[in-house]
Design a protein around this ligand. Structure first.
Ligand code: UDP
Length: 370
């Protein structure tokens, strides 16, 4: 078999690159994926009750990029959805990211008023400030506030999620959920926030539906590679796996996903409820709230973070810790040497904690430079 391009991985990165190569360059692409479905970790499907569930954790599309939004809109209609997350903290359901409403729930009245006043005198109305930055404030009230929020919202959640002391994490991790000096209870602030009508899987299938693209599922790329003649390779699997782990393994975090269907139409007060301090799971997702489906039953997802074991479970996140940087550098240097014939991209190929829109933006940019 002959193809111009072999794309390893049928996730958002692979699908975007394949689509761009097929339509803009008119070249043939073979997309292979070891799993028996497309869409990578954004894969969704209907469960036995007809409720659309995300098989690798909740995926809520959000972006400020008009380019990315317009691009994906060619392949799907959207169900407009503003994501809300509540944290179950000390018996209260508190909006996350922590905002002015949350502060009033987390602290007694006088204290919360003092904190809010201090914060609004120090920062701009509506500003989003990373918790680690607040903890370094020169103001002792702000420091005390931040220390309490850190302990109640971030410390145990991060320990569960990553299995390492939160101090080891890159500051950008907790900065994803900054303290928001507003009354807006939305989880994201992006201009575009939505879920594909029909799901991510259907959207990715539409992206791959092109005469120049062939898709092979349940196929190991090493095996295909030896049978297929191709000119260039796009690799969206783990970068260390590509190089046979020759410098050692880069760590990834995986999740045990446990689903439960209940014969009630509504289980919780928001699409996602986080449990920083209780239970072994980090959060509970109620899918009907994300998709807008109405049903007499509801399906929930409980996430139990675990270490990634190659061949045993799915890598969901690169580990965002400093210690990996030198090992990653060595793999990136190897990748650079073969960049004429092999392109690496995506969460696993770049070893970057990307959101979906960043994945698509990166793939579009890469495609435009080919
Ligand atoms: N985080 C936390 N408590 C929360 C929510 C988030 O400590 O209630 C921290 C935690 O380290 C988490 C990170 O912020 O891994 C990023 O959260 P996000 O919701 O963006 O995680 P994702 O949806 O990507 O798993």
């Amino acid at each position: 078999m002959k193809t111009e391009w072999l794309v390893v991985g049928a996730g958002l990165t692979g699908a975007t690159l394949a689509e761009q190569i097929a339509t803009r360059r008119g070249e043939s692409v073979l997309v292979v994926d070891q799993r028996n479905h497309v869409a990578g970790n954004a894969f969704d499907e209907e469960d036995e009750c007809g409720i659309t569930v995300h098989r690798y954790g909740p995926h809520i599309f959000h972006t400020n990029s008009r380019v990315v939004w317009d691009y994906l809109s060619k392949f799907t209609e959207w169900h407009s959805y503003r994501h809300h997350v509540l944290g179950s903290i000390d018996g209260e359901y508190v909006p996350l990211p922590v905002n002015l409403n949350s502060i009033e729930k987390l602290f007694p009245k006088q204290m919360s008023q003092r904190y809010i006043e201090k914060l609004l005198n120090t920062y701009c109305n509506g500003e989003r400030v990373p918790i680690l930055q607040l903890m370094e404030s020169s103001d002792s009230d702000i420091r005390a506030f931040a220390e309490s929020v850190y302990q109640r919202v971030f410390e145990q959640y991060s320990l569960k999620q990553w299995g390492v002391e939160p101090e080891q994490l890159l500051p950008s991790v907790t900065a994803r959920v900054p303290v928001s000096l507003s009354r807006d209870d939305g989880y994201f602030q992006d201009t575009y926030q939505a879920i594909p009508v029909g799901g991510y899987t259907a959207m990715v299938n539409n992206m791959l539906d092109h005469p120049n693209i062939e898709v092979m599922l349940g196929a190991e790329w090493e095996e295909i590679q030896s049978r297929v003649e191709y000119k260039r390779l796009v690799f969206t699997g783990s970068i260390d796996q590509y190089f046979g782990y020759k410098f050692g393994r880069l760590p990834y975090r995986s999740i045990d996903f446990k689903y439960q269907t209940l014969p009630i139409s509504r289980f919780q007060k928001a699409g996602v409820v986080n449990y920083p301090n209780d239970h072994d799971y980090t959060r509970v997702t109620e899918f009907t709230q994300l998709t807008g489906q109405s049903s007499t039953s509801t399906t929930l997802l409980y996430e139990y973070p675990v270490q990634h074991e190659p061949g045993m479970n799915t890598p969901c996140y690169p580990m965002p810790i400093r210690e990996n940087r030198s090992l990653l550098r060595r793999y990136k240097d190897e990748a650079e040497k073969i960049s004429e014939s092999v392109l690496f991209a995506g969460r696993l190929g770049d070893y970057m904690y990307y959101n979906m829109d960043q994945v698509v933006a990166r793939a579009l940019k890469l495609a435009s430079t080919l």
